[in-house]
Structure formats: structure tokens, C-alpha cells
Design a protein around this ligand. Sequence first.
Ligand code: URA
Length: 335
Amino acid sequence: MREYVPAIGPKSAKIMIVGEAPGAEEVRKGEPFVGSSGQLLDSMLSDVGIRREDCFITNACKRRPPGNDIKVWFPTKTAAKADGIQPMWGRYPKAQVIEGVNELHDEIRSVQPNVILALGDTALWATTSESGITKWRGSVMPHRALGVEPQTKVIPTYHPAAIMRQWGWRAVALHDLTRAKGESEFPQIRRPEYDFKVRPSVDEILERLSWISDKLDQGPMKLSVDLETRGGHIACIGIAWSKRAAICIPFMCVERAEGYFDTPDTEFVVIRAILAVICHKNARIVGQNFLYDAQYITLYWGEICNVSMDTMIAHHVCWPGLPKGLDFLSSIYCE
Ligand code: URA
């Protein structure tokens, strides 16, 4: 039985799919992703309109680990030290893994895909040097193939084997695959241009709030609002008036125990201006778990603002089985 499973696919592929290591079925057929994980991968590719035969399909490790358990080839720090295994990107890979990763990087150099779809934590680590698939999935990340300028990018998502254990993740992975399909049109990492004002001066705050207020006088306007607290007090408030533009108004700061503003009178003027905006009859406030924020606004500033939508509740109603934290939501709904 062949133990080594080579990559498959056209060298001109725009999408490279990287798995962890072959399983028994892959070894038997001599091709990656042809067992049950492969079937699931095929169904997901087809759902988002990616043709498997257009992709270059490979693994971070070309050999099947004993018992299909790649952890055998990532010993603990203590065991690795005893065996003289060198650390690499926060892990201690054995020779079988290093061989596979070097080979993978050669493949990236030669194929130069526009996007690499990394399936699972090992593929994420081998292509970007990062770990933690739940934290990173859906992100557009620079690849880290040694000796290659980051001309392509990596989008990590859940491994099909993990999806088989947690079926709700399939929908999330489909979302990431759709993103990968869009990103496969071009090689660069294109970040949105944000216009975020942090630590504004009092003049900048009042000018911006009065600009929003004037717009509100003309008609309904969506404003995203997020409040942060420290020690039971309001630390800052962020207000966004578009997908790309926002201001963050601090009340606490590290360098001044009395607060961000020079005098309580100035702070009062700023709070009045904030309330004029967030409590305006035409303001449509959008927030995440906004009941939390609203209780502080009422407790400290004595007003009730015009909430129209809670993203956490809306998302949870649509997708009750999925996480609903801001990190997860932004991975799905934001660029
Ligand atoms: N799982 C992988 O990570 N790769 C394969 O090729 C098959 C299953």
C-alpha cells in the first residue's frame, strides 16, 4: 500500500485546497480527499459553484499519520525537547510534517494560486504560521510559505472531518468557501478602507455629532452604536454612520485617571451632544446585544435611545445553532 499521497490538480489553478493529511481511502486510491471527508468537500464545493477539477488539491502532510491522528507527529514541548525536535511557529513538528510543509510551500511557489483554502488547524498553521481555526476561519490572511513573497492569500475554514462531527458548521464553511471563490478572482489582499476616528479632540467630536444631527433632521438614518464599560462605568462609545466610517469617543483613558476630558463641564457638553444624536427621533440605532449598552446609557445619562435592531438577536433568530458573538458575526457579515 502506498503511504505517500501526492497533490492533484492543474498547475494553473486559481484555488489551492490544503487539507491535513491523507486517510486510508486516500492512500488506497493515491489521491487526496477521496474518502468521506472528500465527499463532503465535493458537495460543499458544488454548493458554492467551485469545480473540484479546477482546484489544486493537496495536504499539509503527504503521508498518513498512524491511526489518522496527526497529533502523533506533533509531540508536546517536553517530548519534543527530549527528542531534539526544533520548534516551528509555536509547534514541534516531526520530520514527516516538516517534509510535507516544505513540499506544500514548493507547490505554492509553483502553482501561485490566487487563494489557498486551508481546511482545519494543521493547514492553517502550515500556510500562515497561525493556530486556532475557530478564531481565524473566514479571515483573508497573508500566506507564509517560506521564501515566497505574500502574493497570494489564505482563507481558513473548518476541516470536513470536523464538520461531520458538528454539522452546523457546514453552513459557516459554505460562507467561507463563497468568500474564497470571490477572492480567487485576484491575488492581492484587498482590505476595505476604513475611516475610523479614535481619540478625537472635543472640536472634532462636536463637529461630527452636529453633522450627524443635521442629517438626522433631514430624515431617518441608521447608526451603529457600541459602548464599552470598565469597572461598571462607561469607558467609551463608538458611533458608525456608514459601513466604513465611525468615531470612538472615550471617557476613560490610561494616562489620566480623572478621564479623557479636561473638565466635567466639557464631558457634560459631549454627553449632551451624543444623546442628541442617539435619542434623535430619526435615529435608527443598531447594536450588538444592545440591552447591555442601553442599561448604561439610561443609568448614567438618564435617556432611552432609539434602538431599531439588535444584531445579536437578529442573527440568533435566523441561525439559532451558531455562535452569536461579535467576532463570529463580523467574520460572516463584514469584509
Ligand atoms: N483529510 C485530509 O485532510 N486530507 C485528505 O486528503 C483526506 C482527508
